[in-house]
Design a protein around this ligand. Structure first.
Ligand code: GLN
Length: 558
């Protein structure tokens, strides 16, 4: 730890003006600049909410919940344990940009911090003291940052994204902690990057820098001086806007970096590289300014450009009003289609509104594939089941993910087996044909947070399956997040109509995947393949869906 304390370098990323301006992508892109130079990095994210993890949040509020391969047993104090594998969606961006799997302890929430301190007080950890935000909460935050920094392989640079916006009450203890930490480490080993929004006013043909000035002033009022200001804007900033920001924010002009709208987000590290942000940061941190090796990344970005073809994939579901609800799925579809020189158009279908078969036949008439989404609960479910029924009937390529696979089986039971009222017990506990039911281990579970079957698990594919052909291997590992599963006693009877079980868990008790022999591409998986998809390493299942979609399109148009 001592040597870490003497060598660690930190980049703290804060945000101003608005939330949701791409701080995550900016942080991941800066990490990439360091990777281009062969430096080892680790990214942490602080979320100032009181939840222990985002697992119980509605994705409409906070976007998708990202699932890690590893599970972290969080022990706020001896005698208390919480399993964590569900973390903020920005970690998906970090994994996709850096290619490094994250550990759930890299996501620090206010809930974890306060719980540790409050339970610690009961244990007697602070005997004699009045327990306060400063120093007890701030010390706990700093401890967590050091703990995450100290994991092997020891990184050269630790990047810490601070969620929320500067000025939020919730974020104050975190900003205070990083101020203290920067002073302890030494200002020459710390860089503060502030990400802001710079609106462009077409009526006057001008960028407006005032919101940025205000948010930097708020930051300065907390004792934090940004070293770099990254400006989200419609287009590249003009020199005069840059000059103004530099002047008011007290930084050199070359440290005002544009983060303009770009067609492919994976281009951002290259745009930063062009603006010399990589060498600005390494010089600032006192690192050797090695040359950046960007060839592989340039090739990846190129594959996303100039698609020769288009496929339309429908996504029927209930969280369609926020694109980020299915962030990793969208990215996985992009990765797979780019690899095939194809552009993917996603057609969202809100199944609470579009729920009967007639509507869905109409909505699905001009799509080339269906991805039935993960989810929970009863809202929008009948529409999802009917969308799966249309895929069976019209032979539209179909990939059901988790809830999507479960509801696909419900559709199969109702429409091909004739089992009226078949359902998942998640929605209808009195169903006559409960084809999807709670896993045994879940039957006694009472708490809702962190208690699903979560994280990475081994999956064993049947060698005769189509799935095996897609993966080209028998033993795989995928990430899960579920309480319910397909009930074998029912699913095995579906074989008479062509449904095959394609994969199990190693114990042979949980069906992990099903496929249909009488359909060109109809697959349901209990896991979430999207969490493992990378821009240059698309997931075989998503590749399969896009390929099948291209074939279907050719047929549909012939
Ligand atoms: N609600 C389902 C379950 O708990 C599916 C969950 C999901 O789609 N991730 O099993």
């Amino acid at each position: 730890m001592e040597s870490l304390k003497n060598h660690a370098r930190f980049i703290f990323v804060t945000g101003g003006v608005l939330s949701g301006i791409g701080k995550g992508v900016t942080t991941a892109s800066i990490a990439k600049l360091l990777q281009f130079r062969g430096y080892k990095i680790r990214i942490l994210k602080i979320d100032p909410y009181l939840n222990i993890d985002p697992g119980t949040m509605n994705p409409i509020e906070h976007g998708e919940v990202f699932v890690t391969d590893q599970t972290w047993v969080f022990k706020p104090v001896e005698g208390f344990e919480f399993k964590i594998s569900e973390i903020d969606l920005d970690f998906g961006t970090y994994e996709r940009f850096t290619g490094i799997e994250v550990h759930p302890s890299q996501n620090i929430t206010s809930g974890q911090i306060y719980l540790s301190v409050i339970l610690g007080e009961r244990k007697g950890n602070y005997l004699g003291s009045t327990v306060q935000i400063i120093p007890h909460i701030t010390d706990q935050i700093k401890q967590r940052i050091w703990d995450a920094a100290a994991q092997d392989p020891i990184p050269d640079v630790v990047l810490v994204e601070i969620g929320g916006t500067v000025g939020d009450i919730e974020a104050m203890p975190f900003l205070e902690s990083v101020r203290q930490l920067a002073r302890e480490v030494g200002r020459n080993r710390v860089a503060f990057v502030h990400v802001t929004l710079v609106p462009y006013m077409p009526s006057v043909g001008e960028f407006k820098t005032k919101p940025t000035q205000h948010s930097v002033r708020t930051l300065q009022g907390l004792g934090l001086q940004p070293d770099i200001v990254v400006c989200r804007a419609e287009k590249e900033l003009t020199e005069s806007a840059e000059r103004k920001i530099a002047l008011f924010c007290n930084i050199p002009e070359n440290r005002v970096i544009s983060n303009p709208d770009i067609p492919v987000i994976y281009q951002l590290p290259l745009s930063f590289e062009e603006q010399e942000l990589g060498s600005i940061i390494t010089t600032h941190l006192g690192l050797e300014n090695r040359s950046a090796i960007t060839d592989d990344w340039i090739n990846t970005v190129k594959s996303f450009r100039n698609p020769k073809n288009t496929v339309t994939i429908a996504m029927p579901g209930k969280y369609t009003s926020l694109g980020d609800s299915y962030k990793s799925i969208n990215e996985a579809l992009f990765h797979a289609s780019a690899t095939l020189g194809t552009k993917v158009e996603i057609k969202w279908i809100e199944t609470e509104e579009r729920c009967d078969v007639e509507c869905l036949v109409e909505d699905l008439a001009e799509v080339d594939g269906i991805l039935l989404t993960p989810g929970f609960g009863k809202r929008g479910v009948e529409g999802m089941i009917n969308a799966a029924a249309v895929s069976l009937d019209k032979k539209i390529p179909f990939l059901g993910i988790c809830y999507g696979a479960q509801l696909g089986i419900v559709a199969f039971a109702r429409h091909l087996m004739g089992w009226k009222g078949a359902h998942t017990t998640e929605v209808d506990s009195n169903s006559l044909f409960p084809v999807v039911d709670l896993m045994d281990e879940q039957k006694t579970t009472e708490d809702m947070g962190g208690t699903m079957r979560l994280g990475g698990h081994e999956v064993v594919l049947r060698e005769e399956s189509f799935l095996y052909q897609l993966y080209g291997t028998k033993n795989i590992r995928e990430r899960f997040r579920h309480r319910y599963h397909l009930i074998e006693r029912y699913v095995s009877r579906m074989a008479e109509k062509g449904l095959e079980i394609a994969a199990y868990d190693p114990s042979g008790t949980i069906i992990n995947a099903v496929e249909l022999t009488t359909h060109p591409f109809w697959i349901g998986v209990q896991y979430h393949p999207e969490f493992k998809s990378q821009p240059s390493k698309p997931h075989p299942l998503y590749l399969g869906l896009i390929k099948a979609g291209l074939d279907y399109k050719a047929m549909r148009e012939s």
